[in-house]
Design a protein around this ligand. Structure first.
Ligand code: G5P
Ligand code: MG
Length: 228
């Protein structure tokens, strides 16, 4: 495990299926004091519980479209404020939010009010050609956000979550058709977002064909900047 010398406030960027969720769970294993929030996981829980927000979100998610900035921003900042994340000592990781520059500046505003800020943004750079197969073989455990892949990291018992034994499901947006739309949305929003963080000097990129190649590089980067 890694001990952080100063609080890490990390955002993971990367195309759909690039391995943000996968890297998040690996980092949580190695850095015990880290909290994480995944906007996609939260939205899928809202959809599953058929809340008002969940019903609205489902129409966007099913089409591979991003939710309106103000809607997702309200949801995530509410979660952030509720979780003691804004304490000066808290170390955390965001997966999937912010994804647009308006979301990024809304988050910065919130953090600024608490004398905090993001201090590392890492883009997972994975060849597009490797991704479609990954998500067609993906199964998820919605309550925890754990992800599986029938080839890469299959569950111990087919169809069931390793920890809880509860059933796994397919995401409704993990089809070739919706994936194409998600990728388009990503390609439209990612450059401006990267530019936003590049200009504040906290953007890094980690490249690799597989999550096994990316993980040690990511860990190395974090250790160099925040740990020992
Ligand atoms: P999400 O949920 O944020 P995406 O599209 O950004 O969704 P996704 O699909 O969750 O990202 P990931 O987390 O980057 O991808 O990837 P992952 O789950 O870890 O890995 C993908 C699969 O590959 C898994 O099955 C994994 O086991 C496998 N895998 C990992 N590594 C390897 C490897 O090396 N080899 C192989 N063979 N397999 C591997 O957003 C969903 C929707 O929610 C809304 C939008 O509608 C969005 O489309 N939304 C927002 N809208 C507006 N603003 C926001 N901020 C929003 N956030 C979410
Ligand atoms: Mg994910």
């Amino acid at each position: 495990t890694i001990k952080l010398l100063k609080p890490l406030r990390l955002l993971l960027l990367g195309a759909p299926g690039s391995g943000k969720g996968t890297q998040t769970s690996r980092l949580l294993e190695r850095i015990p004091q880290l909290f994480s929030i995944s906007s996609g996981d939260i939205l899928r829980q809202e959809v599953k519980s058929e809340s008002t927000l969940g019903r609205e979100a489902a129409t966007y998610i099913a089409q591979g479209k991003l939710l309106p900035d103000d809607l997702i921003t309200r949801l995530i900042t509410f979660r952030l404020s509720a979780l003691d994340w804004l304490k000066p000592s808290a170390a955390w990781l965001l997966d999937g939010f912010p994804r647009t520059t308006p979301q990024a500046s809304a988050l910065d505003e919130l953090l600024k009010q608490h004398d905090a800020s993001l201090n590392l943004v890492v883009e997972l750079d994975v060849p597009e050609s490797t991704i479609l197969e990954r998500i067609e073989n993906r199964y998820v455990h919605i309550p925890s956000g754990r992800v599986y892949n029938l080839q890469y990291n299959p569950p111990k018992v087919p169809g069931l979550d390793d920890i809880t034994g509860e059933p796994l499901t397919k995401r409704l947006d993990d089809t070739a058709e919706v994936f194409k739309k998600r990728l388009e949305e990503y390609n439209q929003t990612n450059e401006p977002l990267k530019e936003y963080y590049r200009s504040s000097g906290i953007l890094s990129t980690v490249s690799g064909e597989t999550s096994d190649i990316i993980f040690p590089k990511l860990l190395n980067l974090i250790t160099r900047k925040f740990g020992h």
